[in-house]
Design a protein around this ligand. Structure first.
Ligand code: FES
Ligand code: FES
Length: 160
């Protein structure tokens, strides 16, 4: 089968790649483009470890065909820090030990960032609902939720 030539934008960089029509975005990110931050926990849309944004919409990259990236903008965990400077969410997760094995962490961070862009002042319930699609078998979620709420408060404080 002929490979497809896809032109897209990933983390702000114009990007081209070849893929099979049936390949997922997650597989292309990890196997073709060397972006292994997005994880495969389930491959069926249940765990959120593969979360990326497609034109600012949160999606499971394991459920998205790579060909669907054509003409769109993808953001992954690799685009979250600014060079060496961690994103405030990343920094807070480190400071508050909101991760253990780290497998869920890239997806949680991408999802949390999408939430704070939409809603800079979420309630605890809103954070818990938003992150309900991101499964973590280590932390018990509480530290994750606290870290997101604290980051939101810090960012609001910085904006005042
Ligand atoms: S690997 Fe995509 S949702 Fe689990
Ligand atoms: S830190 Fe291990 S799955 Fe979340």
């Amino acid at each position: 089968m002929a490979k497809m030539h896809i032109t897209t934008t990933i983390n702000g960089e114009p990007t081209e790649f070849l893929c099979e029509p049936y390949e997922t975005m997650l597989d292309v990110l990890r196997d073709n483009l060397g972006m292994t931050g997005s994880k495969e926990g389930c491959g069926s849309g249940d765990c959120g470890a593969c979360s990326v944004t497609l034109d600012d919409r949160l999606v499971c990259s394991c459920l998205m065909l790579a060909a669907e990236a054509e003409g769109h903008e993808i953001r992954t965990i690799e685009g979250m820090s600014e060079g060496e400077a961690l994103h405030p969410l990343q920094q807070k997760f480190l400071e508050t030990a909101a991760l253990q094995c780290g497998i869920c962490t890239p997806g949680v961070l991408v999802a949390a960032d999408a939430l704070l862009k939409k809603n800079p002042n979420p309630s605890e319930t809103e954070v818990r609902y938003w992150l309900a699609g991101n499964l973590c078998r280590c932390t018990g979620y509480d530290k994750i939720v606290r870290a997101v709420l604290e980051t939101a408060a810090d960012l609001r404080g910085a904006a005042e």
